[in-house]
Design a protein around this ligand. Structure first.
Ligand code: TYD
Ligand code: MG
Length: 476
């Protein structure tokens, strides 16, 4: 009988300790060490191991065959885009997300298409029965003769199925439900997840099968066993979105075979996930007409130009230190722009509560959104709407200057496509041709931009006007 011993493993970072401590000495997390039983395997007798195959033997780089090493398109363009242009053979892809966000749905749809167009696909489910998965597949209309299904949680059997069936694509739904019987700890613990992931990686690299792992997200919003898994796999994707809204965003966090700037957009419908090709339409769909505190910005997400709405609410504060809340926008960036508006445009923000939001749940890190934040804030501050056919884009500097952003042409073209008639941007460095029907105003400073954006929208309101009315009602 093999001997066993116990060790304590941090569930956050995978640090191992011989005895329990309250705080992980490696990552500093409290109360994260869990006892695990390890089976000691007898050491192998000396001498090199006889190799069972020569598939991975060293070769001169020039003579490595690239046959069957082209990316396979999944047939879902948004998915391919995030993967960097298709599925790389032999890669290990982790898809994380909140429960119920649609990970299984996305992979089932991808599997249906892959089994039809690219080759045999094995879907291993540890969470549902094969009947339940089939029911879903029927509803999604992804039944394909080359799509195989197994309800299994034992990693050794999964490995055996993969080696017998030789699928081109293998899905493990989810990595937290499979377990390695040689390891004593419960499924989902860091050592189990790590061991299973390592075994699946060997399958992927030796047979050139692409393995998709579904991973659940912990309360804190990271993948369970986060660092351990993220290091081991080739690509980490997050599937996110509001469960109360129908659109979902697929985002690459790490990608060895492509850029991590791309996002994929989907809509959850009763027939599964539908791709959203025109993202701007989605993000501008529920924009109020003529409401103050709203500005449309042209941004670039990955390689895709997008128009999004920035919303601001500036309200009189009754707190000693006024509240500033941002959603989808960097907090420090917003504070900087508030300071610029106060100092360079004479808007007194120091006694106002400020709320900023990007409509549709996007997070924008690009500096081009600065000008949109400034215009939305000024619009709410002065209680005057921005013309709904005006788009802005530009970075704001500390002295209130507006700086040019890259790929202006593509932003302008998207604005024109969406029917916008005016763009406020930094002076273009070269004479870039304006798309037809789109008037371009070059703005050098935030002040100039705000004045232009708010110029033809109703009677000018002074600061007193903007803040007098709503509170006058409260008084009686
Ligand atoms: P699922 O893929 O099971 O989520 P995950 O694997 O990430 O936990 O998706 C479940 C949700 O998706 C569920 O709330 C119902 C919804 N859904 C639809 O709206 N339409 C569909 O066609 C399918 C299959 C699911
Ligand atoms: Mg699922």
């Amino acid at each position: 009988m093999p001997k066993t011993h116990t060790r304590y493993t941090c569930q956050q970072c995978g640090h191992e300790a011989p005895r329990w401590v309250g705080r992980c000495p490696d990552c500093g997390e409290w109360n994260s060490l869990v006892e695990e039983v390890v089976v000691d395997r007898p050491a192998r007798a000396g001498g090199p191991r006889a190799l069972d195959s020569e598939v991975n033997a060293p070769q001169p780089i020039a003579s490595i065959s690239m046959e069957a090493w082209t990316r396979a398109p999944s047939g879902i363009d948004e998915f391919d885009r995030v993967l960097g242009g298709g599925i790389v053979p032999g890669s290990l892809v982790l898809i994380g997300g909140d429960p119920g966000i649609g990970k299984s749905t996305l992979l089932m749809q991808a599997c249906g298409r892959l089994a039809t167009t690219a080759g045999r696909t094995l879907y291993v489910t540890g969470e549902e029965s094969t009947q339940q998965v089939k029911l879903r597949a029927e509803r999604l209309d992804t039944l394909a003769p080359d799509l195989y299904l197994a309800a299994e949680t034992d990693i050794e059997r999964v490995e055996a199925y993969a080696l017998n069936l030789k699928p081109r694509f293998l899905v493990i739904d989810s990595v937290q439900t499979v377990h390695d019987p040689a390891i004593g700890s419960a499924p989902g613990s860091v050592s189990q997840v790590r061991a299973c992931c390592a075994r699946l990686m060997r399958v992927a690299k030796s047979t050139h099968t692409t393995v998709f792992l579904v991973g659940h997200v912990t309360k804190e919003g990271t993948l369970a066993g986060p660092r351990v898994l993220e290091h081991m796999v080739d690509t980490v994707l997050y599937f996110e979105g509001d469960r109360f809204q129908s659109h979902r965003i697929l985002r690459a966090v790490k990608n060895r075979f492509g850029s991590t700037d791309e996002i994929g957009l989907f809509e959850m419908t009763d027939a599964g996930l539908r791709e959203i090709a025109s993202a701007s339409e989605l993000f501008l769909a529920q924009r109020p007409d003529q409401g103050p505190g709203s500005a449309v910005v042209g941004i670039i997400e990955g390689t895709r130009p997008l128009l999004v709405e920035v919303q601001a609410l500036v309200a009189r504060s009754y707190l000693a230190s006024p509240r500033r809340t941002t959603t989808g926008i960097d907090y420090n960036r917003a504070c900087m722009i508030l300071a610029v508006l106060e100092k360079r445009c004479g808007m007194r923000m120091s006694d106002k509560d400020v709320y900023l939001n990007v409509a549709g749940g996007l997070k924008i890190v690009e500096p081009a959104v600065d000008l949109g934040i400034a215009v939305a804030l000024a619009s709410s501050f002065r209680d005057r709407a921005v013309d709904p056919r005006t788009v802005v884009a530009g970075e704001v500097g500390l002295s209130g200057e507006v700086r040019a952003v890259h790929q202006t042409d593509r932003r302008l073209k998207e604005a024109q496509r969406m029917g916008f008639t005016r763009a406020l941007i930094a002076p273009p460095p070269a004479a870039s041709a304006a798309p037809e029907g789109l008037g371009i105003n070059a703005v050098r400073s935030v002040r100039e931009c705000v004045d232009l954006a708010l110029c033809d929208s109703g009677a000018p309101a002074s600061e007193e006007d903007a803040f007098a009315e709503p509170f006058a009602e409260d008084e009686d």
